[in-house]
Design a protein around this ligand. Structure first.
Ligand code: APR
Ligand code: PHB
Length: 401
């Protein structure tokens, strides 16, 4: 459906990934005018394969705001994960340790559900609308210049939120002198596949092996999602299906357990990076989700951090619109970054714990095994893992219901 190109709104949102779509949803249902500009077309956005674990807090916000029908129909509630290493397997029981759990429901499904809700509500969501730049963020009428149906337009707003991912234009509007970035690039990538085969496990398996990391996840009772650690410059042409299945079987190897195989329907390589930009606000521009921070996927925090950012931001914006008080917008960056850095630390720790690195020495390998043994034998250590994996409660949710 094509929209007239809008010129004014209260909150201009760049990007229709989970961050932009959820923010649009939270504000629209409270009567705030928003426009979402998305560079790509709808089929591309709906087909993009990403992670698939929703923290308890992400589940809560979708349920509390009427966006959970798909998740409740097709999501798979999970109460634990398996850690596999040194030929042993150990379960981490989330509810027993921390009273919370997670939902296996693909990010791409969350995106499809939110797009359908927005279009049903008749709220503006423009596909193939590329934001070119953001200006005037130090004044009170910031503008987004964008290209839509072959022409350039200007969208003037009270606030602009850049939810345009790591490669977006939003972050670039913050003057260099006003921001600082922090980054780690890892010497490995993940090769991820979707396969038409029932999962060989009831819960996700995170496997540490001398040959490298592997993860067994799932999308449904019929579809498995699997990942294998590969070198950073890995070329898919070097990874025919048989080689992938061999690597996976080798890394998950456990007496009495067998990995089921089936046709691979999708393959891709994801580089691993940690990245944070501070602050997450400059004037009337706010950053949320991957536009502000990236985590490596071990621990599945990317989507959940995006959901946490926009939940916090939506409640701060609603408070500002209802009362004129800007104090919660003023503390957005600091409040969001506290959670971001917790997730950065957790994702970094999980990544370092489970992958083999070209820089590793036997000492490092022994440290990994010692840490893994500690996680599965100390209730205190396992509780910390469970608490981080299932996520801390979301701030700001009450105001959005
Ligand atoms: N104009 C309009 N849209 C843009 C522009 C632009 N100039 N640049 C990027 N976009 C769009 C992208 O096409 C994409 O749809 O912004 C969207 C950003 O979405 P995501 O990359 O999914 O980021 P986010 O919504 O923050 O979600 C974070 O997604 O990347 C994963 O692992 C990450 O799970 C995490 C989650
Ligand atoms: C996924 O299902 O895609 C997934 C699950 C857990 C992770 C990362 C990805 O840690």
């Amino acid at each position: 459906m094509s929209h007239p190109a809008p010129a004014r709104t209260r909150v201009a949102i760049i990007g229709a990934g989970p961050a932009g779509l959820l923010l649009g949803h939270l504000l629209h249902r409270k009567g705030v005018d928003t426009v979402i500009l998305e560079n790509r077309d709808r089929p591309y956005v709906e087909r993009r394969q990403r992670a698939g674990i929703l923290e308890q807090g992400t589940v809560d916000v979708l349920r509390a705001t009427g966006a959970a029908a798909g998740m409740d129909a097709r999501g798979l509630p999970h109460d634990g994960i398996e850690l596999r290493f040194a030929g042993e397997s150990h379960r981490i029981d989330f509810p027993a340790l921390c009273g919370r759990s997670v939902m296996v429901y693909a990010q791409t499904e969350v995106v499809k559900d939110l797009i359908a809700l927005r279009l049903e509500a008749g709220a503006p969501l423009l596909f193939e609308a590329e934001a070119l730049n953001v200006t005037g963020i130090e004044g009170d009428a910031p503008q987004v210049r964008y290209r839509y149906e072959g022409e350039e337009h200007t969208l003037t707003a009270e606030y602009v939120v850049a939810c345009d991912g790591f490669h977006g234009v939003g972050r670039r509007a913050v003057p260099d002198a006003a921001r600082r970035t922090f980054e780690r690039v890892y010497p490995f990538s993940w090769l991820g596949v979707l396969a038409d085969v029932p999962p060989s496990c009831d819960e996700l398996i995170y496997a540490h092996s001398p040959a490298g990391f592997a993860l067994h996840s799932m999308r449904s009772p019929e579809v498995s999602r699997l990942y294998v650690q590969v070198p950073p410059d890995a070329d898919l042409a070097d990874w025919p299906d048989e080689r992938i299945w061999e690597a996976l079987s080798d890394r998950f190897a456990l007496d009495g357990w067998k990995l089921g195989t089936g046709p691979i329907t999708e393959k891709s390589v994801t580089p691993m990076r940690s990245f944070v930009t501070e602050p997450m606000r400059h004037g009337r521009l706010f950053l949320a989700g991957d536009a502000a921070h990236i985590v490596p996927p071990t621990g599945a925090k990317g989507l959940n951090l995006a959901a946490a950012d926009v939940t916090l931001l939506a409640s701060a914006l609603l408070h500002r619109f209802a009362t004129g008080d800007e104090s919660r917008l003023d503390s957005y960056s600091e409040d969001a970054l506290a959670r971001v850095w917790r997730a950065e630390h957790f994702s970094y720790t999980m990544t370092s714990l489970l992958h083999t690195s070209p820089e590793d020495d036997p000492f490092g390998h022994r440290l990994q095994l010692a840490h893994l043994r500690y996680l599965v034998s100390s209730e205190a250590a396992a509780t910390s893992l469970a608490e981080n994996y299932t996520g801390l409660p979301l701030p700001g949710l009450d105001a959005l219901v």
